[in-house]
Design a protein around this ligand. Structure first.
Ligand SMILES: [Zn+2]
Length: 286
Protein backbone atom coordinates (compact mmCIF):
# COMPACT_ATOMS: atom_id res chain seq x y z
CA UNK A 1 0.00 0.00 0.00
CA UNK A 2 1.60 3.26 -1.14
CA UNK A 3 0.92 6.25 1.09
CA UNK A 4 3.19 9.16 0.18
CA UNK A 5 3.64 11.89 2.78
CA UNK A 6 4.09 14.46 0.04
CA UNK A 7 3.34 14.42 -3.64
CA UNK A 8 6.20 13.14 -5.81
CA UNK A 9 6.24 14.36 -9.42
CA UNK A 10 6.65 11.62 -12.04
CA UNK A 11 9.69 11.99 -14.30
CA UNK A 12 9.20 12.72 -18.00
CA UNK A 13 9.97 9.13 -18.97
CA UNK A 14 7.75 7.56 -16.29
CA UNK A 15 5.55 5.67 -18.78
CA UNK A 16 8.55 4.34 -20.68
CA UNK A 17 10.05 3.04 -17.46
CA UNK A 18 6.76 1.39 -16.49
CA UNK A 19 6.45 -0.28 -19.90
CA UNK A 20 9.68 -2.30 -19.48
CA UNK A 21 8.69 -5.97 -19.61
CA UNK A 22 9.40 -8.05 -16.48
CA UNK A 23 11.66 -11.09 -16.35
CA UNK A 24 11.14 -14.10 -14.11
CA UNK A 25 13.39 -13.82 -11.02
CA UNK A 26 14.02 -17.54 -10.79
CA UNK A 27 13.54 -19.35 -14.11
CA UNK A 28 12.93 -22.99 -13.23
CA UNK A 29 14.08 -24.66 -16.48
CA UNK A 30 17.16 -25.92 -14.67
CA UNK A 31 15.36 -26.95 -11.47
CA UNK A 32 15.61 -30.73 -10.88
CA UNK A 33 12.06 -31.95 -11.49
CA UNK A 34 10.28 -34.82 -9.75
CA UNK A 35 9.20 -37.78 -11.88
CA UNK A 36 5.44 -37.42 -11.31
CA UNK A 37 4.61 -40.50 -13.41
CA UNK A 38 6.80 -42.62 -11.13
CA UNK A 39 5.11 -41.12 -8.05
CA UNK A 40 1.72 -41.81 -9.60
CA UNK A 41 2.65 -45.44 -10.29
CA UNK A 42 3.88 -45.89 -6.70
CA UNK A 43 0.34 -45.19 -5.43
CA UNK A 44 -0.90 -48.53 -6.87
CA UNK A 45 -1.27 -50.96 -4.00
CA UNK A 46 -0.34 -48.45 -1.31
CA UNK A 47 -1.63 -48.98 2.22
CA UNK A 48 -3.06 -46.39 4.54
CA UNK A 49 -0.90 -46.71 7.65
CA UNK A 50 -2.07 -43.87 9.85
CA UNK A 51 -4.52 -41.01 10.15
CA UNK A 52 -4.85 -38.00 12.40
CA UNK A 53 -7.96 -35.87 12.88
CA UNK A 54 -7.18 -32.19 13.49
CA UNK A 55 -9.96 -30.67 15.61
CA UNK A 56 -11.40 -27.25 14.66
CA UNK A 57 -9.44 -24.26 16.04
CA UNK A 58 -6.63 -26.57 17.07
CA UNK A 59 -3.61 -28.35 15.56
CA UNK A 60 -1.99 -31.78 15.58
CA UNK A 61 1.45 -33.05 14.65
CA UNK A 62 2.15 -36.16 12.55
CA UNK A 63 5.13 -38.13 11.24
CA UNK A 64 5.61 -39.14 7.61
CA UNK A 65 8.60 -41.36 6.74
CA UNK A 66 10.55 -40.50 3.58
CA UNK A 67 9.03 -42.34 0.62
CA UNK A 68 5.46 -42.27 2.00
CA UNK A 69 2.57 -40.08 0.91
CA UNK A 70 0.23 -37.96 3.00
CA UNK A 71 -3.07 -36.29 2.25
CA UNK A 72 -4.82 -33.37 3.89
CA UNK A 73 -8.52 -34.05 3.46
CA UNK A 74 -11.51 -31.77 3.89
CA UNK A 75 -14.20 -33.45 5.99
CA UNK A 76 -17.54 -32.18 7.27
CA UNK A 77 -17.28 -28.66 5.81
CA UNK A 78 -15.09 -26.00 4.12
CA UNK A 79 -11.99 -25.45 6.22
CA UNK A 80 -8.55 -23.91 5.74
CA UNK A 81 -5.43 -25.61 7.13
CA UNK A 82 -2.06 -24.05 8.03
CA UNK A 83 0.78 -26.50 7.37
CA UNK A 84 4.27 -26.51 8.91
CA UNK A 85 6.95 -29.08 8.01
CA UNK A 86 10.19 -29.92 9.78
CA UNK A 87 12.94 -32.43 9.06
CA UNK A 88 12.05 -35.11 11.62
CA UNK A 89 15.67 -35.41 12.83
CA UNK A 90 16.44 -31.66 13.01
CA UNK A 91 13.82 -28.99 13.68
CA UNK A 92 16.25 -26.31 12.47
CA UNK A 93 15.53 -27.51 8.94
CA UNK A 94 12.00 -26.36 8.18
CA UNK A 95 9.73 -25.35 5.32
CA UNK A 96 10.85 -22.13 3.56
CA UNK A 97 7.63 -20.54 2.34
CA UNK A 98 9.40 -17.48 0.85
CA UNK A 99 11.84 -19.35 -1.38
CA UNK A 100 9.16 -21.85 -2.35
CA UNK A 101 7.11 -18.84 -3.52
CA UNK A 102 10.11 -17.42 -5.41
CA UNK A 103 10.56 -20.73 -7.24
CA UNK A 104 6.98 -21.92 -7.82
CA UNK A 105 4.81 -18.79 -7.56
CA UNK A 106 2.28 -17.50 -5.05
CA UNK A 107 0.03 -20.58 -5.03
CA UNK A 108 1.07 -24.24 -5.24
CA UNK A 109 -0.40 -27.25 -6.98
CA UNK A 110 0.57 -30.62 -8.45
CA UNK A 111 4.27 -30.93 -9.29
CA UNK A 112 5.38 -28.08 -7.02
CA UNK A 113 7.75 -28.85 -4.19
CA UNK A 114 8.03 -27.53 -0.64
CA UNK A 115 11.65 -26.43 -0.08
CA UNK A 116 13.53 -26.26 3.21
CA UNK A 117 15.21 -23.21 4.69
CA UNK A 118 18.85 -22.18 4.17
CA UNK A 119 21.46 -23.54 4.30
CA UNK A 120 19.68 -26.83 3.51
CA UNK A 121 17.40 -25.91 0.59
CA UNK A 122 16.18 -29.31 -0.51
CA UNK A 123 12.70 -30.51 -1.42
CA UNK A 124 10.92 -31.71 1.72
CA UNK A 125 7.71 -32.75 -0.05
CA UNK A 126 6.25 -32.86 -3.55
CA UNK A 127 2.59 -32.17 -4.29
CA UNK A 128 1.31 -35.23 -6.16
CA UNK A 129 -2.44 -34.51 -6.39
CA UNK A 130 -4.71 -31.51 -5.89
CA UNK A 131 -8.46 -31.87 -6.31
CA UNK A 132 -8.73 -28.04 -6.45
CA UNK A 133 -6.33 -27.77 -9.40
CA UNK A 134 -9.32 -26.74 -11.56
CA UNK A 135 -9.70 -23.43 -9.69
CA UNK A 136 -6.77 -21.66 -11.35
CA UNK A 137 -6.88 -17.87 -10.81
CA UNK A 138 -10.27 -16.19 -10.44
CA UNK A 139 -11.35 -12.71 -11.62
CA UNK A 140 -9.95 -11.11 -8.45
CA UNK A 141 -6.54 -12.72 -8.93
CA UNK A 142 -7.31 -15.19 -6.14
CA UNK A 143 -6.17 -18.81 -6.05
CA UNK A 144 -5.79 -21.65 -3.53
CA UNK A 145 -2.93 -23.10 -1.43
CA UNK A 146 -0.87 -19.92 -1.03
CA UNK A 147 2.64 -19.31 0.19
CA UNK A 148 2.04 -15.57 0.58
CA UNK A 149 0.34 -15.45 3.96
CA UNK A 150 2.13 -16.23 7.18
CA UNK A 151 -0.28 -17.75 9.74
CA UNK A 152 -2.75 -16.00 12.01
CA UNK A 153 -1.04 -15.20 15.31
CA UNK A 154 -1.93 -13.63 18.66
CA UNK A 155 0.65 -10.84 18.36
CA UNK A 156 -0.64 -9.28 15.12
CA UNK A 157 -4.19 -9.76 16.38
CA UNK A 158 -3.38 -7.87 19.60
CA UNK A 159 -1.63 -5.16 17.59
CA UNK A 160 -4.68 -4.60 15.37
CA UNK A 161 -7.54 -5.24 17.81
CA UNK A 162 -6.13 -4.91 21.32
CA UNK A 163 -7.59 -8.33 22.20
CA UNK A 164 -6.03 -11.64 23.22
CA UNK A 165 -6.85 -14.75 21.19
CA UNK A 166 -4.92 -17.98 21.62
CA UNK A 167 -6.42 -20.39 19.12
CA UNK A 168 -4.64 -18.67 16.23
CA UNK A 169 -2.75 -21.05 13.91
CA UNK A 170 0.57 -19.87 15.37
CA UNK A 171 -0.55 -20.80 18.89
CA UNK A 172 -2.14 -24.06 17.74
CA UNK A 173 1.01 -25.09 15.85
CA UNK A 174 3.16 -24.20 18.87
CA UNK A 175 1.14 -26.48 21.15
CA UNK A 176 1.08 -29.28 18.55
CA UNK A 177 4.85 -29.14 18.02
CA UNK A 178 5.50 -28.99 21.77
CA UNK A 179 3.45 -32.16 22.17
CA UNK A 180 4.80 -33.92 19.07
CA UNK A 181 8.49 -33.17 19.68
CA UNK A 182 8.39 -33.21 23.49
CA UNK A 183 9.54 -29.59 23.81
CA UNK A 184 8.60 -26.76 26.16
CA UNK A 185 6.16 -24.39 24.43
CA UNK A 186 8.67 -21.49 24.60
CA UNK A 187 11.18 -23.52 22.55
CA UNK A 188 8.59 -25.01 20.19
CA UNK A 189 7.24 -21.54 19.37
CA UNK A 190 10.60 -20.52 17.88
CA UNK A 191 10.40 -23.39 15.38
CA UNK A 192 6.93 -22.46 14.09
CA UNK A 193 7.25 -20.81 10.69
CA UNK A 194 5.39 -19.36 7.72
CA UNK A 195 2.96 -21.89 6.34
CA UNK A 196 1.47 -23.41 3.26
CA UNK A 197 -2.14 -22.18 3.48
CA UNK A 198 -3.89 -25.37 2.44
CA UNK A 199 -7.30 -24.80 0.77
CA UNK A 200 -7.18 -21.05 1.53
CA UNK A 201 -8.21 -18.75 -1.34
CA UNK A 202 -6.11 -15.59 -1.38
CA UNK A 203 -4.47 -12.95 -3.51
CA UNK A 204 -3.45 -9.30 -3.55
CA UNK A 205 -5.86 -6.46 -4.37
CA UNK A 206 -4.91 -4.81 -7.66
CA UNK A 207 -5.39 -1.21 -6.42
CA UNK A 208 -3.66 -1.31 -3.02
CA UNK A 209 -1.67 -4.55 -3.18
CA UNK A 210 -3.24 -5.75 0.08
CA UNK A 211 -3.42 -9.41 1.01
CA UNK A 212 -7.02 -10.61 0.66
CA UNK A 213 -8.89 -13.80 1.42
CA UNK A 214 -12.26 -15.10 0.25
CA UNK A 215 -14.43 -18.14 0.93
CA UNK A 216 -12.45 -21.28 0.15
CA UNK A 217 -13.85 -23.37 -2.72
CA UNK A 218 -12.93 -26.56 -0.82
CA UNK A 219 -15.68 -29.08 -0.14
CA UNK A 220 -15.73 -32.30 1.89
CA UNK A 221 -13.82 -34.97 -0.02
CA UNK A 222 -11.32 -32.56 -1.54
CA UNK A 223 -7.69 -33.24 -0.69
CA UNK A 224 -4.14 -32.08 -1.27
CA UNK A 225 -1.65 -34.95 -1.53
CA UNK A 226 2.10 -34.89 -0.90
CA UNK A 227 5.02 -37.26 -1.28
CA UNK A 228 7.53 -37.05 1.60
CA UNK A 229 10.99 -36.58 0.12
CA UNK A 230 12.61 -36.78 3.59
CA UNK A 231 11.49 -37.97 7.04
CA UNK A 232 8.98 -35.34 8.08
CA UNK A 233 7.39 -34.03 11.21
CA UNK A 234 4.29 -32.11 10.14
CA UNK A 235 1.99 -29.73 12.00
CA UNK A 236 -1.47 -28.82 10.76
CA UNK A 237 -3.81 -26.22 12.26
CA UNK A 238 -7.51 -26.05 11.41
CA UNK A 239 -7.60 -22.24 11.19
CA UNK A 240 -10.11 -20.42 13.44
CA UNK A 241 -11.12 -18.58 10.26
CA UNK A 242 -12.92 -21.74 9.02
CA UNK A 243 -13.32 -21.22 5.25
CA UNK A 244 -11.71 -17.76 5.74
CA UNK A 245 -14.66 -15.96 4.10
CA UNK A 246 -14.94 -13.26 6.76
CA UNK A 247 -12.56 -13.19 9.71
CA UNK A 248 -9.96 -15.19 11.56
CA UNK A 249 -8.43 -14.88 15.04
CA UNK A 250 -11.83 -15.29 16.71
CA UNK A 251 -14.48 -17.88 17.57
CA UNK A 252 -16.97 -16.34 15.09
CA UNK A 253 -16.44 -18.48 11.95
CA UNK A 254 -17.91 -21.95 11.46
CA UNK A 255 -14.95 -24.33 11.81
CA UNK A 256 -14.52 -27.94 10.80
CA UNK A 257 -11.95 -30.65 11.43
CA UNK A 258 -9.34 -31.70 8.87
CA UNK A 259 -8.04 -35.21 8.30
CA UNK A 260 -4.41 -36.17 7.66
CA UNK A 261 -3.96 -39.60 6.04
CA UNK A 262 -0.59 -41.31 5.62
CA UNK A 263 -0.02 -43.93 2.92
CA UNK A 264 2.91 -46.33 2.47
CA UNK A 265 3.59 -47.59 -1.07
CA UNK A 266 4.61 -51.21 -1.71
CA UNK A 267 7.88 -49.92 -3.18
CA UNK A 268 9.43 -46.45 -3.54
CA UNK A 269 8.82 -44.63 -6.83
CA UNK A 270 11.07 -45.92 -9.62
CA UNK A 271 14.42 -44.10 -9.62
CA UNK A 272 13.63 -42.06 -6.49
CA UNK A 273 16.19 -41.36 -3.78
CA UNK A 274 15.74 -39.11 -0.77
CA UNK A 275 17.64 -35.81 -1.34
CA UNK A 276 20.65 -35.59 1.00
CA UNK A 277 20.97 -32.75 3.48
CA UNK A 278 23.12 -29.99 1.92
CA UNK A 279 23.14 -31.97 -1.29
CA UNK A 280 22.87 -28.86 -3.48
CA UNK A 281 25.35 -26.52 -1.81
CA UNK A 282 27.88 -26.04 0.94
CA UNK A 283 27.87 -23.52 3.74
CA UNK A 284 29.69 -20.25 3.07
CA UNK A 285 31.41 -21.70 0.01
CA UNK A 286 33.72 -23.86 2.20
ZN1 LIG B 1 -5.12 -19.33 10.87
Amino acid sequence: MKQALNEVAAPADADARRRIAPVICYPVDTLPRPDLAAYQAARDGWQKVDEVVVPPRDARSFHVPAGCFFRIVSIEGPQVGDLNLWAADDLDERFFSGKTRALHGTHLSTGDQLWSCLPYLRPMATITHDTLDWYGFDEYGGSVHDVIGTRCDPYTHKLLSGHEYHHCCHSNLTRALAGGAGLPKEIAELAVHDVLNVFMCTGFTRDTGQYFMKASPVRPGDFLEFFAEIDLLGGLSACPGGDCSAEHSSDVAACHPLLVEIYRPEAPPRGWTSPPRNGYSRRHGD
